[in-house]
Design a protein around this ligand. Structure first.
Ligand code: FAD
Ligand code: SF4
Ligand code: SF4
Ligand code: SF4
Length: 373
């Protein structure tokens, strides 16, 4: 039994693995380094639950009564420690005040990105900031359901497909669940990321212990990458980082992301959070280079929570057209030759894979210059 017809029809949310009552589903990495479910036909009892939970097949939310805001956390340290304006940690604090639990993406000891829980500010640190790597949410849907059944407050923050999968997994609304999803450019390959980490570790001569994709030291809205390997910090521009260039040039994104259903303002979440692109046109007085979140409220529950947290924020209301960045309109297009490039990933060491990419970019830029006169 196969759960998806073609790669575009599986976003790797892992909800099918979490719901299977007999443990028949395992997530296995493919030759591009993305996880896909495999079903053990001997264990499967044909209950159909894995099909019901799949966000690619499930019905999506319709048009909600969306409200749009630009947001900066008043607490400057908190905003600096986040990728955009710090809306996520403000929601997390709301849940901690109610003795609840927060789920988000963090690096583990091998620098893989996994979803995990946090019960206090100290544990929240690892969940803050964007990780441009597809996260592994294994076990999280089940864990959230258990906490909700114990009548706890739960905040989940993740990609829109994970948020939709969570709704399908739970089947019914829970008044103490808050779901925040992100504006999402696409999920880069965890396999390519792992190879990049090992490459940097070899270059630095020691283990990597931190990586920040959106460091704000230059007050440029987080366009610096900084990492610590062998106890030493290295920093360079976001677009100077070869892994990030592969990502933003659309070579290492999951196939399903190029056909994503969630590149819209209508979501299966309470809140959508992203970077406020084009702030300088809407509110130039608020552009200080330290990050601003665009926040979309979708539900009545979100509007009620907003009333209780807005005192902690500098904010302004705006219109849908003020926030409509590309990823709220259509999916990221795959780079020409993406599939061929990714076929090199399993056969080449990262140092050569990297050189192949640099070569492709050189000829692509040259071609553009020649054809543009
Ligand atoms: C892969 C990816 C692509 C993105 N693309 C865009 C985009 O095109 N346009 C845009 O405006 N915003 C995008 N964002 C969202 C943006 O970068 C910020 O995450 C968002 O604005 C929240 O910032 P914050 O300051 O409120 O909180 P932060 O403290 O920065 O919190 C970030 C939140 O994102 C979660 N998170 C981090 N990495 C991942 C991951 N790999 N998978 C799932 N959840 C994760 C964390 O758990 C945390 O809850 C993207 C985020 C990710 C992870
Ligand atoms: S049909 Fe049921 S038993 Fe079979 S893989 Fe799906 S969830 Fe598991
Ligand atoms: S539930 Fe998620 S991981 Fe499973 S087949 Fe559907 S998209 Fe893929
Ligand atoms: S682009 Fe779409 S399919 Fe890909 S991770 Fe984001 S929400 Fe999921």
């Amino acid at each position: 039994m196969k759960l998806y017809e073609k790669k575009e029809a599986c976003c790797g949310c892992g909800a099918c693995g979490d719901i299977c009552p007999v443990g028949a589903i395992h997530m296995v990495s493919d030759e591009e380094g993305f996880r896909y479910p495999e079903v053990d036909g001997k264990k499967c009892i044909h209950c159909g639950r894995c099909e019901q939970v799949c966000p690619i097949k499930g019905e999506k939310a319709g048009r909600g009564e969306n409200l749009y805001f630009g947001v900066q956390a008043k607490d400057e340290a908190l905003r600096r420690a986040s990728s955009s304006g710090g809306m996520f940690p403000v929601l997390a604090e709301y849940v901690f005040r109610r003795q609840g639990v927060v789920y988000g993406a963090a690096f583990n000891e091998d620098m893989d990105v996994v979803h995990r829980e946090a019960w206090n500010q100290e544990e929240l640190e690892a969940l803050k900031k964007t990780k441009y790597v597809q996260s592994n949410p294994a076990g999280v849907y089940r864990g959230i359901q258990e906490h909700l059944k114990e009548d706890r407050w739960v905040l989940f923050c993740g990609t829109p497909c994970q948020a939709h999968a969570l709704r399908l997994f739970l089947k019914r609304p829970y008044p103490k669940l808050i779901v925040a999803d992100l504006v999402c450019y696409g999920a880069p390959s965890p396999g390519v990321w792992a190879s990049y980490v090992r490459y940097l570790e070899r270059k630095s001569g020691g283990k990597m212990t931190q990586f920040c994709f959106r460091d704000k030291r230059n007050k440029d809205n987080g366009h610096v990458c900084a990492y610590v390997a062998d106890g030493r910090e290295q920093a360079h521009s976001l677009y100077g980082d070869v892994y990030c260039r592969m990502y933003f040039s659309n070579y290492i994104i999951r196939p399903s992301c190029h056909a994503c259903r969630y590149c819209t303002v209508d979501r299966d979440s309470d809140f959508t959070i992203g970077d406020f692109w084009g702030l300088e046109k809407v509110r130039p007085d608020m552009e200080d280079g330290m990050g601003t979140s665009v926040v979309i409220l979708h539900t009545k529950a979100a509007r009620e929570i907003w009333e209780q947290v807005k005192e902690e924020l500098n904010w302004f209301a705006c219109k849908e057209e003020d926030v409509l960045q590309p990823r709220l309109k259509s999916p990221t297009e795959a780079a020409g030759g993406r599939k061929r490039f990714m076929s090199l990933y399993k056969i080449l060491p990262f140092s050569i894979f990297r050189n192949a990419f640099t070569g492709i970019m050189f000829f692509r830029d040259l071609w553009r210059r020649v054809t543009n006169g």
